[in-house]
Design a protein. Structure first.
Length: 129
């Protein structure tokens, strides 16, 4: 499906879960359903903007910018429990010679995680403000 050789990294990000359940649970417990919903929408918007910028950097083969954007995405996605996408961003950061393949995998993993979380948000009870 994806053209990314795994021989040059120690951990295959494709084996990471899409969602770190403990992190996601902590966020929902701490913020409540409505604030979690709002936070996840902001994270998704920010991540999608960063993915677009990262795509431009990959197209230009701008190594410094790829590193900076991939690093920022890894932190953002990891902090909010998007485990596989964060692992893909870290792999892209370290394997720029295969950046196009990693970017494709990162975009796919991000989309999958956003869909999973969106489904959970839609089914979680809303708290009265």
């Amino acid at each position: 499906m994806f053209n990314v050789p795994m021989s040059r990294i120690s951990l295959d990000p494709r084996h990471e879960p899409f969602i770190d359940e403990a992190t996601l649970s902590d966020i929902f417990d701490e913020l409540g359903a409505e604030h979690s919903r709002q936070m996840m929408l902001m994270v998704e918007r920010d991540a999608r903007k960063r993915l677009l910028s990262l795509g431009d950097c990959v197209a230009r083969r701008d190594s410094r910018a790829i590193h900076a954007h991939a690093h920022a995405l890894a932190g953002l996605l990891g902090h909010f429990g998007f485990a596989r996408a964060a692992a893909c961003a870290r792999a892209l950061e370290k394997n720029q010679d295969e950046a196009a393949g990693w970017l494709e995998l990162l975009q796919w993993a991000s989309d999958q995680a956003f869909q999973i979380v969106s489904g959970r948000i839609e089914t979680s009870p809303r708290r009265a403000a």
